[in-house]
Design a protein around this ligand. Sequence first.
Ligand code: TXA
Ligand code: MG
Length: 348
Amino acid sequence: MTRTEVLPASPEAIERAAALIRNGDLVAFPTETVYGLGADALNARAVRRIFEAKGRPGDNPLIVHVSGLGQAQRLIRGALPEQAFRLAEMFWPGPLTMVFEKSALVPGAVSAGLNTVGVRMPAHPAARALIERSGAPIAAPSANLSGAPSPTSAAHVLHDLDGRVPLILDGGDCAVGLESTVLDVTRTPPVVLRPGGVTPEMIARAVGEVALDPHVMAPLADGDVPASPGMKHRHYAPEAELIVVTGGGRCVVSTILELSDAAAAQGRRAAILAREAHLSLYGDRTVVSLGADEGQAARALFAALRALDAEGMDLILAEGYGADGLGLALMNRLARAAAFHLIDTGED
Ligand code: TXA
Ligand code: MG
């Protein structure tokens, strides 16, 4: 059992964190998407400790975080593909991970046996300073226990990893709140494997065309081979049963009211995740606001799922979002958290 320290991400704390990374230890750190659990990406033993600390399946590869294009280049086999160069120019640093063919430098523990590697240049100043001060690219999955919602605050990380990591750098709440977009740039057009803050619309504007992996919004069927191993693992799941209700606004609200009251009649504790504008329509039922727009909902979603679990809810009923822009990322996380239990009520 390790003693876990939580320190504000000051220059001194980042210096200590960098020393831990250089020493082959783990550090949890803030990024603009979610908190990461980092280790020196070029140290296979350090990387294996990440899998142990999270209880992560060994076949799920890690994203490598870099602070510059030169550092990214060394992880990639051959020259940076033209479309990736454009995307890097437009969206790095930021919430975009690109999947490349990997160079011999990347340990098998990082890529989980694949011949590709996901690389991202984060925008959060503490993350960038940590990478620079460590002098190494940093492999980091989200800093939650495997299967739990990703952490968007230092308190979430402490809840999951207390005693499993020596240091958590506290950089406050994450600005995006959902994990990065994962984009396979070994194919043309590039393929979105996981939607995030850099939307398909933004990618299409940069490189003309983009494809969506079919499993972004549909479960894997028996025998399907996922393009991203993360697709097959249970994900983002709260302990409560979660149902997502989509369609026109009025139908969504009336369906949620029915389901909520039916649950209450059975003695189940139900909570509702709703848009700010709908709060009053749910009367005195337990409602958590996800805010006025999709950006606010992205920032609030994982914290809301954690808070409702802490309250021991049996059922969470969530309003759905449109599948464009950031809505696609929100729906991807909601659908997975709900194990694809979606109810489409149709239009108003
Ligand atoms: O925003 C983020 O991406 C955060 C912060 C810490 O950077 N990290 C994160 O990592 O969400 P993780 O490990 O929780 O999710 C990475 C996802 C997984 O679904 C994994 O399967 C996929 O990216 N992935 C990683 N490398 C891949 C590769 N070479 N090919 C396909 N998918 C890959
Ligand atoms: Mg994760």
